[in-house]
Design a protein. Structure first.
Length: 508
């Protein structure tokens, strides 16, 4: 499954005779690899970037499709309090495996990582669709997350392989289109499926797309230059972060509902999470090649780029999960209407991301626009919290428009800033670390917010679950608390971006 390669001596002849096949010897010298990457024409790079839009779409559409269907799944399976697990189980698995995919792709090639990720994702989708109870569905989501962890990060690594940081923004536009399509169609599609078909179809509709993505990985990714580097996969570190996150989730899920917060089981779970988390930190400091490279976290610019990216996307992912619940439980909207209302958020977010990515390599002070827009985003989320209990449709859509516009330019900037800082040999590990941190923060936020929102729902309730009358005014009043917390998280992204050094973007 490794990318095919020609010898260094014959590479120039092969490129002259067949411009669309770029293959290189391994291990190649850094100068040879750089020259080979430059041998890709703009047409070749554009074709590869376009082909990666499908894995990016598959990796990002999952959460938005499922979010609109969560209330319906809760009513059908009678497990309202376990609904956050359907999101966080996916994110926990994806969190742990994303850095491993990055290193695996450095060792065995981008194509091998993509093929494995798509295949595991399809298996998880089958398990989820066949689920007859919540536990089986959660297991299916875990398997799905194990596959999805490799889709977006591998696609970003491919983008890093074909384009220098200064010109990377022009190709990121294609990724923005994929994100926009996923974010725009996902909520509406999930709401329509859950209302008119059956929620299990949410896990089956994308199988033809997965088959096409497999074909793309088998063919188009043969054209990539090799940038291999030997790695040791930190399986122990991945297991520690999964165990710590799961313990923390269980404590939030059970506390105040099945057990008092001060009871022995909850205290034991919290202590277990702390001990396992401390063990993960020790592992990072002592392992020969830890799950998250300490050198990346030690660099201030890389650390700030990762923080700005992670807190920003953590806020957006949380909104995608809880806004459909808010609209259906607090305002009484249908799943389809709730899903359609969220289209404007992701369309505007990814539209502004695509437009701003075109400016990154053409302006000197490339941070100014994202910082100004991010202020608008923070203010819009605060407005959402203030108006949550007396929301109108027009006001809600205007607020979503401003949130999307506000965060959009930050998304490409943070990725390009990270790729502009790390050496090419560490690109996979750096992107894996960024995606790891993003999903970890999103997992924690969703776990905490889920415990707040569902605190008043009786255990094992059916039928009226998550309706306004069922949850009661006390539960409806918790949504402003969640929105204020999301605004604070987005403000943390602004602070990290403000402190990030504005280094000139490399042109090679």
């Amino acid at each position: 499954m490794n990318d095919e390669r020609l010898s260094a001596e014959g590479s120039s002849q092969a490129l002259a005779g067949e411009a669309d096949l770029v293959r290189f010897a391994a291990p190649a010298a850094p100068v040879q690899r750089a020259a080979a990457a430059e041998a890709l024409s703009h047409r070749d790079k554009r074709l590869i970037a376009i082909s990666m839009m499908l894995p990016v779409f598959l990796g990002s559409v999952d959460q938005s499709v499922l979010a609109s269907a969560l209330p319906t799944i809760g009513r059908d399976l009678g497990q309202v309090h376990n609904l956050p697990w359907l999101i966080t189980a996916f994110l926990i698995a994806s969190t742990a495996l994303t850095p491993l995919y990055g290193k695996f792709a450095d060792v065995h090639g981008r194509r091998a990582a993509m093929l494995i990720g798509i295949s595991i994702y399809m298996v998880g989708s089958l398990i989820s669709a066949a689920s007859s109870h919540m536990l089986m569905l959660i297991v299916g989501r875990v398997v799905q997350g194990c596959g999805a962890g490799g889709l977006v990060v591998t696609a970003n690594m491919v983008l890093g392989d074909i384009a220098a940081p200064k010109e990377r923004g022009r190709y990121y536009t294609y990724f923005s289109l994929a994100f926009m399509t996923a974010g725009g169609s996902g909520p509406a599609l999930g709401g329509w499926i859950s209302e008119h078909l059956h929620w299990s179809m949410i896990f089956l509709w994308n199988f033809p797309l997965c088959a096409v993505a497999l074909g793309i990985a088998l063919t188009v990714l043969r054209r990539l230059p090799r940038r291999e580097r030997p790695h040791r996969l930190d399986i122990v570190g991945a297991l520690l972060v999964v165990a710590a996150s799961s313990s923390f989730m269980l404590a939030l899920n059970l506390g105040g509902i099945r057990y008092p917060w001060a009871s022995l089981p909850i205290i034991a779970l919290v202590l277990c999470a702390l001990v396992l988390g401390a063990g993960f930190v020790v592992r990072l400091r002592t392992a020969i090649e830890p799950l998250i490279p300490v050198a990346i976290l030690a660099d201030r610019a890389e650390r700030l780029a990762i923080a700005a990216h992670s807190f920003g996307w953590g806020s957006i992912i949380s909104l995608n999960v809880f806004l459909p619940m808010y609209l259906q439980s607090a305002l009484g909207w249908s799943p389809t209407a709730a899903g359609l209302s969220l289209v404007i958020l992701m369309v505007t977010l990814n539209s502004t991301a695509g437009v701003s990515s075109q400016l990154l390599g053409r302006v000197r002070h490339y941070k100014l626009l994202p910082l100004c827009f991010l202020c608008i985003g923070v203010g819009a989320v605060v407005a959402l919290a203030l108006a949550a209990e007396n929301m109108t449709t027009s006001r809600f859509e205007i607020i979503l428009l401003l949130i999307g516009i506000g965060f959009g330019p930050t998304a490409p900037l943070t990725q390009v800033a990270l790729q502009n800082t790390v050496p090419v040999r560490d690109l996979g590990a750096a992107l894996g670390t960024m995606n790891f941190t993003r999903t970890l923060i999103a997992t924690i936020l969703i776990a905490v917010f889920g415990a707040i929102v569902l605190a008043h729902a009786p255990v094992g309730a059916r039928g009226g679950a998550l309706s306004k009358d069922f949850l009661g005014s006390a539960s409806v009043a918790t949504f402003p608390m969640v929105f204020y917390a999301i605004a604070a998280t987005l403000a943390a992204s602004f602070l990290a971006l403000f402190l990030l050094e504005e280094k000139p973007l490399a042109d090679s």
